[in-house]
Write a protein that binds this ligand. Sequence first.
Ligand code: UDP
Ligand code: MG
Length: 314
Amino acid sequence: MSATPAVQVSVVIPVFNEELNLPTLFTRIYPVLDALGRSYEIIFTNDGSQDRSFALLSEQHARRPDVTRVIDFNANYGQHMAIIAAFERVRGETVITLDADLQNPPEEIPALLAKIDAGHDYVGGFRLKRNDSFFRTYASKLVNYVRKHTTNIEMTDQGCMLRAYRRPIIEAIVRSGAINTFIPALAYSFSSNPAEVGVRHEERHAGASNYSFYKLIRLNFDLITGFSLAPLQYFTMFALASSAGSLLLVLVLAYRRIFLGAEAEGIFTLFGILFFLLSVTMVGIGLIGEYVGRTYQVVRARQRYHVREVLETR
Ligand code: UDP
Ligand code: MG
């Protein structure tokens, strides 16, 4: 991070294949920021787009070199890595994150800043009325519930990236060297005075979501294992309870063997129980693997992303 903050507001926008949205984003976001009456910068991270996104971003940089910076990744590292890379370079006293697809209206930025001015160090947006598919909306309700009960992170809407952070929170996030971590949750854990505001949510302006069902599952798995040991602990508790049950069963079977004689009809029950315990074991191994995997990533300490080029004039 640069040593001295030179501007009041930094806006961070990850971009992955957004050529259809960028022109509209440009025409909407610059007027909003110009009207703030504060010094600002916008940092776009091009997350390995395959389309004309980078060309559009360089063009925009040429047009507004005073307030536009572009980080160009060599490949796709994911939305959160793109945001971290920008966090490592922001100069703002307050930082705002935003999606490039205009689902978060840039016109809501002043509302977030008002909360920051009121003394909050972290302001999360939550979508007042979601314009996503029925399935997406309910899947994320379920995920919110699980997150709340496993990680103690209170967030109305973890999927909304329209958020504002005071600089110390950003510094803490950068220092944490997080891998694959869910930024809103990380910010929440470093915040001492968080707030939330309702924001409008629009349909994706153009193109399709970059999150497949598969990517969403991975992200949420990451979120839960990244913030708590609860899954591991639940698993251990369950394993203990089922070993107690199995022990009881062995005693019952032994009693029957001794007093009633040998019986073979129960063999399938035994198979049933065996398969059940086996599946419990496999889930457990998977869970442990998840934590070991994370440990491995940290220990390996590999460069998390690679920047090909940074366009900046100042
Ligand atoms: N994004 C990114 N890298 C990725 C996927 C997405 O930088 O690998 C960006 C994308 O350009 C957008 C934001 O992250 O600005 C949110 O992505 P998307 O709209 O696909 O997610 P959704 O709104 O469906 O959660
Ligand atoms: Mg979107």
